[in-house]
Design a protein around this ligand. Structure first.
Ligand SMILES: [Cu+2]
Length: 124
């Protein structure tokens, strides 16, 4: 009997946990089907509204690219020497956990200059 009550409580707690996740949270595949590549289209962000709680997924063959989060001035200059964060798993999940602008580049030689740059504005 007691174990049945524990199970019911656990089920209720799980339900509440799911309900508290914003229904609007979106997982964005950067570059869509093409992924995070040299052909990544600069227009990919057009028409998208990124919100706190959404996630960016960067997909690429391991070793072919990386993902660095950088500051605005390093973004503009393609300076990869002082990243805020870096990822290289080939399946990198980046949570948009706060409002504001964020800047991402690939760290491989010339890739940033060839267009592997992504800047987004996250709204609360
Ligand atoms: Cu690259």
């Amino acid at each position: 009997m007691a174990s049945r009550q524990v199970l019911l409580l656990a089920a209720a707690a799980i339900t509440v946990a799911f309900l508290s996740v914003p229904a609007s949270a979106v997982v964005y595949m950067v570059g869509d089907e093409a992924g995070w590549t040299l052909d990544y289209p600069a227009t990919w962000t057009d028409g998208k509204t990124f919100r706190v709680g959404d996630t960016l997924m960067f997909m690429y063959p391991v070793g072919s690219h990386t993902v660095l989060e950088v500051r605005a001035d390093d973004y503009k200059a393609c300076n990869v020497g002082h990243p805020i964060n870096s990822w290289s798993s080939g399946s990198d999940s980046v949570m948009l956990d706060k409002a504001g602008s964020r800047w991402f580049v690939c760290s491989l030689p010339d890739h940033c200059g060839l267009g592997m740059q992504l800047t987004i504005n996250v709204v609360g």
